[in-house]
Design a protein around this ligand. Structure first.
Ligand code: ASP
Length: 337
């Protein structure tokens, strides 16, 4: 029997047309264009159903509400399809790809996000290859996790970052090797993929009510700025620190602001500004000062994964205590433990 894939088309450059004010999503256009492409009628490709979201969004307009809508859409169609392709803008694709694993506990089918740097309608578009390969992957490679396919690489979703604003190789998973490489052949490294889920897919939460933020340190950073950010109702903060997770230890107002917030129950997670490598808070005195202030290590999570994980844990009812513990555990392959 032919495989069936559900395509959730959320927006993004892939289906955009030129307007007087730059590229913008164009309702009704993408499916017509895809159905007219002879390649998509090839017997090697699966059948697909495409649902166009309303409104189609430039992904810069997305919020956690849209992460939940996508998770709910997958849940509602889970039994009827062999795999899922999410067409998404590239700007915040890594955020959605990082959030979805937390919202799809028990996932046992491939969910593959993709998009393009140039709209499908244009001559030199990268959309055609990205869509065709994402469909083949979702239909024929039963990888039980959320992935991002772009520029010939299949990546673990919760490890991704957009690293190139203009190149076709727009995404990387800097701290985890690609799950698959696509050249003449499609090669999946099954040793790197998640094990099959042991429980059925859980319904995603209906709300994610959390107030979380992220702050990138820079030399000369003022403790007053930090103090302002840490005010109520903030529940969680990703602190993007230097190197192995270091921050100034010669400014007691900075450390006092952190300590006061963690004592109030704010979860402060330390991630490195470096693209690769891991936080090691006991490596330098500038790191141990943070540990003493109650900051926890985000290990080798991307700041994006740490932010979406905080959002999920605090937004779906985990206590501050549980969130502190779970932030330091590997739940869906987002950190190395
Ligand atoms: N601004 C677009 C978006 O994120 C960029 C893209 O899709 O490549 O929706």
């Amino acid at each position: 029997m032919a495989k069936r894939i559900y395509i959730a088309y959320t927006g993004g450059t892939i289906g955009m047309l030129h307007t007087g004010q730059g590229y913008a999503p164009a309702p009704g256009f993408l499916e017509k264009f895809l159905r007219a492409m002879p390649e998509l009628k090839d017997a090697a490709l699966p059948e697909f159903v495409l649902r166009e979201y309303d409104p189609l969004l430039d992904s810069s307009n997305m919020t956690p509400r849209e992460w939940l809508d996508i998770a709910r859409d997958i849940f509602d169609h889970y039994d009827a399809f062999d795999g899922f392709v999410i067409l998404h803008g590239t700007d915040t694709m890594a955020y959605t790809a990082s959030a979805l694993p937390f919202l799809l506990h028990g996932l046992n089918k491939p969910v593959i996000l993709t998009g393009s740097q140039i709209p499908l309608i244009e001559l030199r578009s990268d959309a055609r290859e990205n869509i065709i390969t994402a469909l083949l992957l979702a239909a024929n490679y039963p990888i039980p996790e959320v992935c991002l396919y772009f520029g010939n690489k299949l990546l673990r979703g919760c490890r991704t970052a957009k690293v190139n604003a203009t190149g076709f190789d727009a995404f990387e998973s800097p701290n985890y090797p690609p799950l698959g490489n696509v050249g003449i052949d499609i090669h999946i490294d099954w040793g790197l993929t998640r094990p099959a889920a042991l429980t059925p897919l859980n319904p995603p939460p209906t709300e994610l009510n959390a107030t979380v933020g992220a702050l990138r340190l820079f030399p000369g950073f003022s403790a007053r700025l930090l103090d302002n950010v840490l005010q109520t109702p903030l529940q969680g903060l990703v602190l993007e620190a230097y190197g192995a997770g270091n921050a100034p230890n010669n400014d007691h107002t900075f450390l006092d602001a952190l300590a006061a917030a963690t004592q109030r129950g704010v979860i402060i997670v330390n991630c490195t500004q470096c693209l690769r490598g891991t936080v090691k808070l006991d490596a330098y005195a500038t790191g141990t000062a943070l540990l003493r202030a109650g900051v926890i290590s985000g290990a080798d999570m991307t700041p994006i994964a740490a932010l979406t994980k905080l959002h999920y844990l605090l937004g779906s009812g985990y206590t501050a205590e549980e969130t502190r513990a779970l932030m330091q555990e590997n739940l869906y392959g987002e950190l190395t433990r």
